[in-house]
Each structure stands twice: as structure tokens, then as C-alpha cells.
Ligand binder design. Sequence first.
Ligand code: DQA
Length: 150
Amino acid sequence: MTPRRCVAVLGGPNLGRLGQRQPELYGTVTWEDLESRCHAWADDLGLKLKFAQTDSEGELVRMIHEAGSTCDGLILNAAAYTHTSVAVRDAVLTLEIPVLELHLTNPAAREPFRRRNLLQDVVTAGIFGCGPEGYRLALMGMAGLLSGSN
Ligand code: DQA
């Protein structure tokens, strides 16, 4: 039997506050709910999942490096660091695995400063504005990329 492909799902600052954080924008699903859903979706797709969140830029960089050496794909919601962090961009550039950028909202349709995106030209693809469902779509997309069917 072929071993299950491993996908890391990493979240940046303030995503741990999902559910209470601006629910009119981000909805009422908590980060813990999202983790359970992602585990179920990953199981259905035959993927092994690593799921983690941090508020710290340096820790996110470390987790991206770790994903690059331990996983076959990365789904990254870098949250506010998407718009500010050269360090997160540089960490993504060290990777040799596919990276899907994900945002619950569509940052380009929000405040002008969110249109600055330091990741979009260094990732494989992106999913924006689909809420928690975006994670299911990202896992499906990643499963396709990893099986070579995309
Ligand atoms: C976000 C969008 C970012 O602009 C914002 O800073 C976040 C969440 C999203 O998932 O919609 O923290 O990444």
C-alpha cells in the first residue's frame, strides 16, 4: 500500500480567535472546529494532516520550513503576514512542495492595504473568499496536485 501523502495546514495571526473574531466577516466556526473538519475531509481524501496555528511571525517561518521537510504539500493562511512579511514569503520560496494560499475572506475586496499580497506570485494556487469551505476545496485541490491529476 502506498503511504498516505501528508499535507500541512498552517494558520497565521489571530486565526486562533475564529468564532469570536469579527463573526460578520469570518463566521462562527472556531479554529478547533475547522481542525476537526479538516481532519475528516483529509481522511476522506486519504491524506495525512498536520494542522497548526501561530500568532508569531518567526514561529510561522519555522513551521513553514518544517512543513517543507516533513510534508508533501502546504495549505497556508498567513493571515495578516500575507500583506506584510518578506520573511514568510522567503520561507515559502525555500519550499519544493506545492503551496496553496488560502483566505477565508477575499482580501482584495476589503481595505486597500489588503491588496498588497507578498505571497500570490510565489504560491502554486490560491482560494479566497469561500469561508471554511475553502479548506475543503484546498484539500481537494492539494490531493489532485499530489496525485498528478490536476
Ligand atoms: C485572512 C485575510 C487577511 O487579510 C487577514 O489579515 C486575516 C484573515 C482571511 O482568512 O480572510 O487575518 O487571511
